[in-house]
Structures are given as C-alpha cells and as structure tokens.
Write a protein that binds this ligand. Structure first.
Ligand SMILES: [Zn+2]
Length: 271
C-alpha cells in the first residue's frame, strides 16, 4: 500500500561549539542539530515516527526537558517547530495522527507524545520499562513529566518478520512500516522502516549520530562522539548495531536510505 512521507524537523538543538558538533565552523558559535521526524500518510491514518519536542517542551523547557538538557542543548523554542503545528500547517487534523512510533523515549524524541493524547504509542517493553520502572540512571535520563498525561502505550514485542536480515515488528496491519530493534543507545531502541515508491527509508533514531558512522566517509565530530558514548545504555550492543547499519548501507544502499535523528545534512538530502 503506497504511503506519502513528509520529512519534518521537530526541534532545533544548539549545543555549544559548532566545530565539535557539526565538524566545521566556529569554535565559539553554537552548533545545530535537528530532530528529524517522519509524518507518514496512509489511506487510513497518519503515523508520526519520532515526535521531537512538543508544545509543553517549548513553553516550559526546564520542567519538561530538565535543566541539564535545556542548558546544554539550548533548543530553539519555537512552537512552529512542533509536530502538531506542522501537521496543521500541512492541512491535517491532529486527531488524524492515530499512531506514534518513537524510536526511543529520550526527551528530544518523545516530547510531542503529549500533543497527540488519542494516538497509540508503539514501543517495545524494554523501552517502556525504562520509564515505568527506571533505575537511578534512567530516572535522570527519561522525563516523567512528558508522560504524565498517560499515553496510550501499545507494547510491540513479537518480531514476526525478517527485513534485510534484521528481525522486525509490523505494528499496524496492512501498512508497510516496520519497527526494527536497534538496541544500545537505549535498551528498547528501534529503527523504523517505511516502504515508499522510491525504496525503503530507515529512520535510525539515535543508533548513530553522524552520517560518517554508516558511510565510512569523513570523520565524526569529537563532541558528537563524546555525547554518543556518554549517554549510551549498552556500549557493546550500540557498536554492534552501528556495524550492522554500516553493512546494510554498504550492501543494500541502493534499496534502503538510512538516516539518523539529529544530522542536519541528512535531513537536507530529503527536503
Ligand atoms: Zn536524540
């Protein structure tokens, strides 16, 4: 079944030191990272893949995102960047968004969940456990305030499909969209594969942070590398996942377009 995909930036993050974040530019100026989300139009509903920052995050960044994140990432506080405002600007009703598929539940991926309280939120149990029964580190990392409204969680566990050698979950019947477990950054992290007329897209979330990690071309900026390692939940799994994605790009790059959540150069390729 054919779908139309819109590539959205639902949050501009501006951490210190452009050169350490983007690999070029000034040491003094702030860098720029995006929150690359997908709005998928299907015949029966809209599906939002990753949700970026939401309206409450823009209005109360310290309460919702935490003081550390708000000051380190310095997100641009513009309501027009939220998924719900972009859905409206495209001429849709927010209620038409019936399914949310966050790649994981970090603050910059799940902030928009509360803007779509009627939508099902498809997650793996291991990801949800980090929010419902967090250990000390997870308590600091995941933002309870983003889930206080009581999301309609839909736990997706059964990997019934194979996709280019990866186990995959089909969360919505009749739609060629698959959740592909890519653990490491967080415990239940997934990529989301969408079949389009131009081949498959794979939203890799935070399974990697910079295009060089899968293409092997160029060097990863040092600040980004430090951040990737400092936040990873499972170092060995994260590196194994990254290697599998690099192999997927190498062997099937003509059939699958990979991108991560935060690389502005990758987003620009699709817009
Ligand atoms: Zn992220």
């Amino acid at each position: 079944m054919t779908v139309t995909v819109h590539h959205l930036n639902c949050g501009s993050l501006c951490p210190v030191c452009q050169r350490l974040v983007n690999g070029e530019g000034s040491l003094l100026r702030r860098g720029e990272l995006v929150c690359h989300c997908l709005l998928v139009e299907t015949p029966s509903s809209l599906v939002l893949v990753d949700t970026g920052l939401g309206t409450a995050d823009m209005r109360q960044p310290v309460k919702r995102l935490g003081k550390g994140f708000a000051s380190a990432m310095a997100p641009k506080l513009d309501l027009a960047d939220t998924a719900i405002e972009q859905v409206k600007a495209l001429g849709f009703e927010p209620a038409d968004v019936r399914h949310l598929i966050p790649t994981h539940l970090d603050a910059d991926h799940a902030g928009g969940v509360s803007d779509f309280p009627g939508a099902s939120v498809h997650v793996r149990q291991q990801e949800l456990d980090q929010v419902l029964t967090p250990n000390l580190r997870e308590r600091m990392r995941f933002r309870q305030s983003q889930f206080a409204h009581g999301p309609k969680w839909q736990v997706e566990e059964t990997t019934t499909e194979q996709w280019f050698g990866f186990d995959a979950i089909r969360p919505i019947d009749d739609i060629d969209l698959l959740m592909v477990p890519l653990p490491g950054h967080s415990r239940g992290h997934v990529g989301v594969a969408v079949n389009t007329d131009d081949g498959w897209l794979l939203h890799c979330g935070d399974a990697y942070f910079h295009r060089s990690e899968v293409s092997g071309k160029g060097a990863m900026p040092a600040g980004l590398k430090w951040f990737e390692r400092s936040i990873q939940a499972q170092p060995r799994q994260r590196e194994a996942t990254r290697q599998r994605l690099a192999a997927l790009h190498r062997d099937h790059g003509d059939q699958v377009s990979l991108f991560c959540a935060h690389d502005p150069v990758e987003l620009a390729r699709f817009r």
